[in-house]
Design a protein around this ligand. Structure first.
Ligand SMILES: C=C(O[C@@H]1C=C(C(=O)O)C=C[C@H]1O)C(=O)O
Length: 279
């Protein structure tokens, strides 16, 4: 069995929603977790392929190849990655900020934004994602995914900053939060299966994005919230991985490197299906 990851947040649903599960399930087992757990399982080899935080890819890029044409990205507002703050962001110098334990990319992105763009120094503490508890002892809190969406629905009396929007404001670029990877060892030993999986993900994404209504209805059933919210949410996310996406991501890696978060400014190395040459 090929062990394949799945992000258990709404943001990754389009890549899974139209998968031909019955066709795949004899050869592939899907493991659904928050990004930080998927990052760990991929690193230790418990997973063969699937999505991880784009920052987790950069930390161990030599171990993986990136599957083409797949990501969780935004150009501007992402609507599910927020810094909730008791003060305006420019007044947070010296503050203590709580970080969700579920993330890798958004944690590094927040650090880059605060240091390089807002130009303030703060301290950080990682916590389980609960806004109330996080804000008991900290001036601001970072949440991602469904936790961030639900917290924002409560309309807390706080300053709320969308990290996708801030990144776009200061760089003019896209931000890629998750990429789909395959272990290099698995890419060579099980190339046919990886090609089948890669095509299935791309096809699922294509079908789901082409007609969003069934996905939006499913999200309403699973999470609550309005049709209009989920429709706008999925419309604002991109699942592609073009040159433009890679350019934004490598800018993030360069800034992460400059801030001492990465040992080198990683580059994206794409997986390529084996070309069969017919005579
Ligand atoms: C869009 C989101 O992106 C997620 C953020 C991640 C991170 O911060 O490490 C990882 C995977 C993404 O799916 C989200 O959490 O809502």
């Amino acid at each position: 069995m090929l062990k394949v990851g799945k992000i258990n947040y709404a943001n990754a649903l389009p890549v899974y929603f139209s998968l031909p599960i019955d066709q795949l399930k004899e050869r592939m087992a899907f493991v659904s977790e928050v990004p930080a757990s998927l990052n760990k399982k991929m690193l230790t080899g418990e997973l063969d392929a699937g999505p991880i935080s784009s920052f987790a890819y950069a930390l161990n890029s030599k171990q993986y190849l990136v599957l083409p044409d797949l990501s969780v990205s935004s150009k501007g507002k992402v609507r599910s990655i927020f810094l909730f703050s008791k003060k305006p962001i420019h007044e947070l110098n010296g503050a203590s900020i709580a970080l969700t334990s579920s993330s890798a990319t958004s944690i590094a992105l927040l650090k880059v934004i605060l240091k390089s763009f807002i130009q303030i120094d703060v301290t950080y503490q990682t916590m389980t994602p609960s806004l109330t508890e996080m804000l008991q002892e900290h001036e601001a809190a970072l949440l991602i995914g469904d936790d961030a969406i639900r917290a924002n629905w409560q309309e807390p009396d706080l300053y709320t900053y969308d990290l996708g929007e801030l990144w776009h404001k200061y760089t003019g670029k896209r931000m890629t939060f998750a990429v789909w990877v395959v272990q290099k060892t698995v890419a060579s030993s099980r190339s046919v299966l990886i090609e089948e999986l890669s095509q299935a993900f791309i096809e699922s994404k294509r079908i789901t994005v082409q007609n969003r209504q069934p996905l939006v209805e499913e999200a309403c059933r699973m999470y609550g919230g309005s049709f209009a919210f989920w429709d706008q949410y999925f419309a604002g996310l991109s699942y592609d991985f073009t040159k433009d996406h890679i350019d934004g991501l490598e800018t993030f890696y360069e800034l992460s490197y400059q801030n001492g978060l990465l040992p080198e400014p990683s580059k994206v190395e794409l997986w390529q299906p084996n070309k069969v040459i017919c005579k």
